[in-house]
Design a protein around this ligand. Structure first.
Ligand code: SF4
Ligand code: SF4
Length: 439
């Protein structure tokens, strides 16, 4: 694509980066076919190519964002299916991240939208605030129907609907500490405790720590870890995202300096995509660029780490039929495709892949709150495809997808690590039917 930026514009490294990305796009439109919003809404401006044109126009003319571009960029899930499809290697992720930061800087949203976003940014990345908000949400649940009738209050209704009926107790494993591996030491890793996941399902990390330590891996929870920054990053709140990234880089650099790390284990693929991008996000910060690149290189999804591990034979082979839902951040963001399925199959599960596996479930960070109608359409389509597999469990590697799919599916939806832990001697995950295969 031809671009027309002035040399003064290109002196801004963010513009220069976006210009490089724009030039790679050859307008072929292959990406439209796999874009969930184009598939759902059928509008070219809700396709990757359409958004790329809108972003190009906004940046080239150096103008503030307007209502039209905000509408279509807000509808983008950042699912990155377009990047998987694009034959020209267009880095849509970095382009849309830049567009979102530009929107945040130059566009004044309506008051309620601003308040909703400010509240999400204030609450979600902080486990204690999020826990308190979930308790409050119980009081608001009877008013969901009322809030749904007022367009500006739909995000509130969506939030209340997603809030779980009961909140698990906080796990001590989220506190800083070292979990020694059993037997001969096979490795040393840090684990991201994260934010929302540690409140919604602390058993995911508890299970991960249990399995890794049984395998002889020492697991460190370094002091100072926090939210990865993805939630605010996708809202264009760049400074807040970079502050989270720096805080985590400091925490993990400390752990690297005190005994080395083989990997930084991440159990939520949405976080993994962002942490693997820290090197890019902090490239312009001389104090952090190298450290951030090192952290990104060490970041591994738990299934990526286990796939490269010399695993013993499973203790049991449950034989249960599992529908594996590959989160967008797993398959498109990190290109982790075969490892989770192979691990599940090796552990004795019968793995089935739902149709349209490339399409997002509609979770996408805060998307299911801020764009609840499109999100619900994508969720229902996903659930239909999952239920058509005939599976009795759904496995996936991202808390956002677990919450989203579970809100409509009749099957239990569990994190992949819980099934693996079960097969390798851990307890049966809650809600999962009894094994059908060999004991
Ligand atoms: S990130 Fe997803 S929703 Fe956004 S343009 Fe690409 S395919 Fe479409
Ligand atoms: S597939 Fe790639 S090159 Fe083709 S229009 Fe989409 S982003 Fe541009």
């Amino acid at each position: 694509m031809q671009t027309n930026f002035s040399s003064a514009q290109l002196a801004d490294p963010h513009v220069a980066e976006s210009e490089k990305i724009l030039r790679k796009c050859v307008h072929c439109g292959f990406c439209t076919a796999t874009c969930p919003t184009y598939v759902t809404l059928g509008n070219e401006l809700d396709s990757p190519r359409g958004r790329i044109y809108l972003i190009k126009d906004m940046l080239e003319n150096g103008r503030p964002a307007d209502k039209e571009i905000v509408t279509h960029i807000d509808r983008c899930l950042s699912c990155l299916a377009c990047m998987t499809t694009c034959p020209s290697g267009v880095n849509y992720m970095h382009l849309v991240d830049h567009a979102r930061a530009h929107i945040q800087e130059t566009y004044k949203r309506p008051l309620l939208d601003r308040l909703t976003r400010a509240m999400l940014a204030f609450v979600l990345p902080y486990p204690q605030r999020f826990r308190a908000a979930l308790k409050l949400a119980k009081l608001g649940k009877p008013f969901i129907g009322l809030f749904e009738k007022v367009p500006a209050l739909k995000p509130l209704a969506a939030m209340l609907k997603l809030a779980p009926a009961s909140i698990p107790v906080a796990s001590p494993n989220a506190l800083p500490g070292v979990h020694a591996g059993q037997g001969a030491k096979k490795g040393r890793v840090a684990i991201l405790t994260g934010c929302a996941q540690s409140v919604l399902d602390p058993a995911i990390n508890d299970t991960t720590i249990s399995l890794l330590t049984r395998l002889g891996v020492e697991v460190v929870v370094p002091p100072g870890e926090g939210c990865c920054g993805a939630l605010v990053h996708h809202m264009g709140r760049e400074e807040a995202a970079l502050a989270s990234a720096r805080q985590n880089v400091d925490a993990w650099t400390g752990a690297i300096d005190q005994g080395g790390l083989d990997a930084i284990i991440i159990t939520a693929s949405g976080c993994g995509t962002t942490i693997k991008d820290y090197g890019f996000m902090l490239r312009l910060d001389p104090a952090y660029a190298d450290k951030a690149a090192r952290v990104s290189a060490l970041a591994k999804d738990i299934t990526e780490y286990l796939a490269a591990f010399d695993l013993p034979e499973p203790v049991r082979k449950p034989g249960t039929i599992v529908a594996y839902h590959s989160a967008c951040s797993m398959q498109h963001g990190q290109k982790i495709i075969r490892q989770p399925k192979e691990l599940l199959a090796k552990a004795g599960f019968v793995v089935r892949e739902p149709r349209e596996g490339h399409l997002c479930c509609g979770s996408a960070g805060t998307y299911n709150i801020l764009q609840s109608e499109i999100s619900a359409r994508l969720r229902d389509r996903k659930v239909k495809n999952i239920e058509a597999t005939g599976a009795s469990i759904v496995a996936t590697g991202n808390i956002g997808c677990i919450t989203q799919i579970a809100s409509a599916a009749k099957l239990p939806v569990v994190h992949t690590i819980k099934l693996l832990d079960w097969a390798y001697g851990g307890p049966k995950p809650d809600g999962v039917p009894e094994e059908r295969g060999r004991g």
